[in-house]
Design a protein around this ligand. Structure first.
Ligand code: C2E
Ligand code: CA
Ligand code: CA
Ligand code: CA
Length: 288
């Protein structure tokens, strides 16, 4: 049994070091990606549920190395975070997103843009200054920018980090909005909503109700409906806006409207799109 245990350890170690190797290879290739123009920002519409107009977009990064298929963020954001590369990459996404949406504003489509911010970025002492610089250089009004943070951004080993809070307070003081992303997937979320400097809650897609499993019943799964309703009511009580993500069906849209959710985002309306395609939606009669 002892020998078998040792063999397993060896296999485990080998798997671990192969994984580490893969991560460091990714990091090496990613390092030059900005300079090689391989990073792209896609934009997914945010739809106001009251009238189903497109009132914003979420900026979502893609990586397109020359001659290869496009790489989704889940395949490289973790490595970018581990290595610290997320700091220059995140700043690039921010600047690019502000530029694109400022151009839409100049064409009289005054939508908001929501940009994902990694914990590492908020630990930089000059993060707020980076955001102000991106706004100034692009001409985008501060009120048109939402920064999406996850609960993890604000907590390092159980402690809310002062630096992150100070950045968010400074930014909000100038009109920038803050949204808690993937709400409900972490823990101690309720205290965060009360204590943190935030404006919106994004309801994680794992909460979107599927059809009911109850035989003979139509309508959404009652447990999922209860969860979504609780989050929306809680946010409303705290005067926070609500954005539902991962909305894929008309039934989900109808339920979210009934429950008073402000905005929705998901494949039901549109996938993340290149800037030009998102801009076309803004000018179309159905959306704009
Ligand atoms: P996220 O911030 O939760 O973004 C939402 C993800 O859900 C996106 O995946 C989006 O394409 C996907 N999605 C949108 N609508 C639907 C739907 O109806 N159904 C389903 N099943 N999925 C939907 P994506 O673009 O692959 O991004 C994955 C994650 O990568 C993001 O999750 C975010 O955590 C991270 N990410 C993306 N861009 C950036 C970035 O610029 N900076 C940082 N730090 N993270 C980013
Ligand atoms: Ca997000
Ligand atoms: Ca999310
Ligand atoms: Ca997510």
């Amino acid at each position: 049994a002892k020998a078998a245990g040792r063999d397993q350890m060896t296999l485990f170690d080998r798997a671990l070091s192969e994984k580490k190797l893969a991560v460091s290879r990714t990091v090496e290739r990613l390092r030059g990606a900005i300079d090689r123009d391989e990073l792209i920002v896609y934009f997914q519409p945010l739809v106001r549920l009251a009238d189903e107009r497109m009132t914003g977009v979420e900026a979502l990064i893609r990586w397109q190395p020359a001659g290869e298929t496009m790489i989704a963020p889940d395949q490289f954001i973790p490595a970018a975070e581990d290595s610290g590369l997320i700091v220059p990459i995140g700043e690039w996404v921010l600047r690019r997103s502000c530029e694109v949406v400022a151009e839409w504003h100049r064409r009289r489509h005054a939508v908001v843009v929501s940009v994902n911010v990694s914990p590492r970025q908020l630990r930089e002492t000059d993060f707020a200054a980076q955001v102000f610089s991106a706004l100034r250089d692009s001409g985008l009004p501060a009120s048109a920018l939402i920064l999406e943070i996850t609960e993890g951004v604000l907590v390092a080993s159980g402690m809310v980090t002062d630096q992150a809070i100070r950045h968010l307070e400074t930014l909000r003081g100038h009109g920038v909005k803050v949204a808690v992303d993937d709400f409900g997937t972490g823990y101690s979320s309720l205290a965060y909503l009360r204590d943190l400097p935030i404006d919106h809650v994004k309801i994680d897609k794992s909460f979107m109700p599927g059809p009911s499993a109850e035989p003979g019943s139509d309508g959404p799964d009652p447990a999922a409906r209860t969860m979504v309703k609780a989050i929306i009511d809680l946010a409303a009580g705290l005067k926070l806006g609500t954005i539902a993500e991962g909305v894929e069906t008309r039934e989900q849209v109808d339920l979210l409207r009934e429950l008073g959710c402000d905005r929705a985002q998901g494949y039901y309306y549109a996938r993340p799109l290149p800037a030009g395609d998102a801009a076309k939606l803004l000018t179309s009669a159905e959306w704009g």
